[in-house]
Design a protein around this ligand. Structure first.
Ligand code: NDP
Length: 285
């Protein structure tokens, strides 16, 4: 039986720390605020937004939603994003992506000021993450993976870690954060040969592949730590979701594993709040 690395204790510990930091800022007359930029009303975005607002409320962090119609023009939206960027009361910005196809998303992402870019939308922020600069915020999900590993005291220094997935939002940044902690990191993707064997060779496996239950018993070995980033519709349970790991076959083999739901995803919105508070502290240092 594996040790289950649940998100809740991680979130509870962060909540205690962050509530104190918000109180300290408020005592100085500063109310940290998250600005949420949303175009249209995609159910996934609304679901994440609802969770983010609830998490902000739970630690006393203010929030404001900046909502734009699905057919907002490039010019109008650019102006709006710049205005949120210039808004002195907004310390951190979350912008939902992908944006509608008629908008130039690359250009718009880069309008978010680095010091407020708490989910790493811009290339400047990504560059800072890759250069180990503390003034650049990594995306929230990779940070949540790191916070879970740290909370459960999983040693990283010198360890063989395989990251399955090379997206800019999860795979690449989590690899950089692991490297920062002196892990020996291999990044795998759809062209990797002998994928199950490469994954099974790892001491820590981070699955961020976006394929429901793809990582089965052939990808793991006893003693491994498995971090499952996936959020997929569960093909076996309509209306439910599951990870990239086939939990039922993997959990009996490995040493430690994050569940889905209740693992990485459950820590992500608290990380968004943490990075907004960090942004506010840095802006008011
Ligand atoms: P992407 O689709 O952007 O990237 C998936 C990566 O997996 C790509 O690098 C792709 O390789 C690789 N891949 C796809 N199929 C295979 C395969 N059969 N074998 C090997 N590699 C493969 O996904 P994201 O990185 O955005 O998300 C990954 C997962 O994490 C998803 O389930 C997503 O829902 C979840 N997620 C969870 C979050 C959370 O808060 N918990 C937040 C964000 C995402 P290639 O580059 O070669 O195409």
């Amino acid at each position: 039986m594996a040790e289950v690395l649940r998100g809740k204790p991680v979130v509870d510990a962060m909540k205690e720390d962050l509530t104190k930091r918000v109180e300290a800022l408020k005592a100085r007359g500063i109310t940290p605020k998250l600005g949420i930029i949303r175009v249209g009303a995609r159910p996934d975005d609304l679901f994440y937004e609802g969770g983010a607002k609830k998490t902000c409320d739970s630690i006393g962090l203010a929030w404001q939603v900046f909502e734009y119609p699905q057919d907002v023009s490039q010019e109008e939206f650019e102006k709006a994003v710049k205005a949120v960027g210039d808004d002195k009361e907004v310390n951190g910005i979350l912008m939902f992506a992908p944006l509608p196809k008629h908008l130039d998303e690359k250009k718009i992402r880069n309008l978010i000021p680095v010091e407020k870019d708490v989910d790493c939308m811009s290339l400047a922020s990504a560059g800072k993450v890759f250069a180990d600069e503390a003034t650049g915020f990594p995306p929230c999900t990779p940070t949540a993976c790191m916070d879970i590993l740290k909370f459960y005291n999983v040693p990283l220094k010198g360890k063989k870690v395989v990251v399955l997935g090379r997206s800019l939002v999860v795979g690449k940044p989590v690899a950089m954060l692991l490297l920062r902690e002196h892990a020996t990191v291999t990044i795998c993707h759809s062209r990797t040969e002998n994928l199950p064997a490469v994954c099974a060779d790892a001491e820590i496996l981070v699955a961020a592949v976006g394929k429901a239950k793809m990582v089965d018993a052939s990808y793991v070995r006893p003693g491994q730590v498995v971090i499952d980033v996936g959020i997929n519709a569960d093909p076996d349970n309509p209306g439910k979701y599951c990870g990239d790991v086939d939990y039922a076959s993997v959990e009996p083999i490995v040493a430690k594993i994050t569940p889905v739901p209740g693992g990485v995803g459950s820590v992500t919105t608290m990380v968004l709040c943490k990075q907004t508070i960090m942004a506010c502290e840095m802006q008011n240092a």
